[in-house]
Design a protein around this ligand. Structure first.
Ligand code: F6P
Length: 520
């Protein structure tokens, strides 16, 4: 695996163990046609985190997800033999099937996911799902405690499946610095208050020493929610919350991708040959417009298909000149809403193709399958444009991966409802709900002069390469270490109780941004 020099900086942890905890594991052992294969999941989170755990030679604790996973672990769940490119330790947690169903399919993906994404999909709150969520978080806490005991460590928790874990760890691992990154949006307090267990979720998250979001907007929403729901002390100036004498810093760190690794991978001779073959095969002199996502209703796939239909109605001359390749990986298929959505997408694609295809031309080419990251990067490199049509997205790493892998004149069309839209100013902005405007934006992108395409891409590349995933990790780790330093220094007279956090200068350097009311 190629390592970005930035990532090498994160290896200095001053003797502490580095433990990442996520529900999704970075690789699984699966049985296919009688053989066991190692597979990586379609998860922006694991793809982004892997180079960091790799660089720190850390430990990753995650739930098992492959049907052959058990055959490759020891008694405590540690993977016995790593795949050749893996230099960290993976510890698998085997959640009982029914517990996993209620925790993952139920509370995480049928309650919390729709609660946090404004995609007009109603969350459901079942009590037995909540109990399973509590239990699953306890089991993760036991695994982390067993792994680190009372040794000094940095525990870096990922995402919404593990909101209760930080508080549980504060009690069990007194010498651990605990940070969490929330990869999805945090909604406004009005939206969040429909959750019957909102107080427990907030108290769980306030077990963290540091809680990170992609955007200052999400930080502010979180702080407003805490203000509304808990008797906690809010230090708005320093973006921190003090609950029961414990301080939690809340800060924005926009997640990014391993720019250099992706770029070097697509510029290799073999990757270039393959990209040329894909262009020839799927483009045949036509423009190739790509989309890449999990088959998830928050990704606005149906809205995009409608916009494509509208594009050819409004601009009939464009027929046969462009093909839309749709790589959509089946996801969370145990959740009914996802199965229904996948079926609706299949029907919508078939309808558009039946209306318009002809003369050897198919407007939308669906590839509803899993592709390894390196193969997806080659697709990016082959594509004239990429459309990200999310209805709501914490960041959207696909857009940044495209910038890293795209041809020099590639065009990025990016939903204004993604976190990435705040960073990537040179993308063509779209509102996936406004079908006519969406169709017009596609038409405009297809006819954009080459010089403008190149200039936009040059600037986008500068942005993504300047703040890659290594910079993100380095900033978070610096802020966590600063917390440790401040916590062990005598409190100034009249100062705050526990956890002085963090010094202004360092915080600013680390991407800390003051709370500012922003419109979404
Ligand atoms: O980033 C959001 C997220 O839910 C991650 O937690 C997860 O790894 C990814 O999307 C894919 O989802 P899942 O793990 O449910 O397949």
């Amino acid at each position: 695996m190629v390592r970005s020099p930035l990532l090498q900086e994160v290896t200095s942890l001053e003797g502490r163990r580095f433990v990442v905890v996520s529900n999704r594991q970075p690789f699984s052992h699966v049985r296919r046609d009688g053989e066991v294969r190692v597979e990586k999941p379609p998860s922006g989170l694991t793809l982004a985190l892997e180079p960091i755990v790799q660089a720190t030679r850390g430990t990753w604790i995650a739930a098992s997800s492959g049907d052959a996973d058990r055959e490759f672990v020891d008694r405590r769940g540690h993977v016995l033999q790593n795949p050749p490119d893996v230099q960290y330790k993976l510890r698998r947690l085997f959640l009982p099937a029914k517990l996993n169903e209620d925790f993952y399919t139920g509370f995480a993906n049928s309650a919390l996911w729709p609660l946090c994404h404004i995609a007009y999909h109603k969350p459901r709150f079942e009590e037995h799902w909540w109990r399973a969520y509590v239990r699953a978080n306890e089991l993760f806490a036991e695994a982390v405690a067993d792994e680190i005991g009372d040794r000094p460590a940095i525990v870096f928790i990922q995402d919404f499946q593990l909101a209760l874990l930080p508080r549980l760890l504060r009690q069990r691992c007194p010498r651990a610095l605990i940070a969490q990154f929330w990869h999805i949006p945090w909604p406004n307090p009005e939206a969040f208050r429909i959750c019957p267990w909102r107080k427990e979720l907030l108290e769980g998250l306030l077990g963290n020493h540091l809680l990170g979001f992609h955007l200052p907007y999400h930080c502010n929403n979180f702080l407003y929610t805490v203000d509304r729901e808990l008797q906690a002390r809010l230090d708005r100036e320093r973006n921190r919350v003090v609950l029961e004498e414990r301080a939690t810093a809340v800060a924005a760190f926009p997640l990014s991708v391993d720019f250099r690794r992706i770029r070097e991978s697509v510029l290799g001779a073999e990757a270039q040959r393959e990209a040329a073959r894909l262009r020839e095969l799927h483009g045949r002199g036509r423009k190739l417009v790509l989309s890449v996502e999990r088959l998830d209703y928050s990704k606005g796939i149906l809205e995009r298909i409608e916009a494509i239909q509208r594009l050819f109605e409004r601009y009939p001359a464009l027929r046969e000149t462009v093909s839309f390749v749709q790589i959509a990986t089946p996801s969370r298929t145990t959740v009914r809403a996802y199965r229904d959505y996948a079926a609706a997408v299949e029907r919508a694609v078939a309808r558009v193709n039946a209306n318009l295809a002809g003369n050897g031309w198919t407007p939308i080419k669906p590839m509803h399958t899993y592709l390894e990251p390196e193969k997806v990067w080659i697709w990016y490199n082959a594509a004239d444009a990429l459309i990200v049509s999310s209805l709501h997205d914490g960041m959207n790493l696909v857009s940044k991966e495209y910038v890293a892998a795209a041809p020099d004149d590639g065009v990025l069309l990016l939903s204004e409802f993604t976190g990435a839209a705040r960073d990537l100013d040179e993308a063509v902005s779209i509102n996936p709900y406004a079908t006519d405007g969406f169709a017009d934006a596609i038409a405009m992108s297809l006819s954009m002069p080459e010089s403008e395409r190149r200039e936009r891409m040059r600037r986008l590349r500068w942005r993504v390469s300047n703040y890659d995933v290594g910079a993100w990790a380095r900033d978070i780790l610096r802020v966590i270490r600063q917390h440790d330093f401040d916590a062990h220094r005598p409190a100034p007279v009249g100062g705050l109780a526990e956890g002085q956090f963090p010094s202004r200068g360092l915080a600013a350097e680390a991407g800390w941004r003051p709370a500012r009311a922003r419109r979404h």
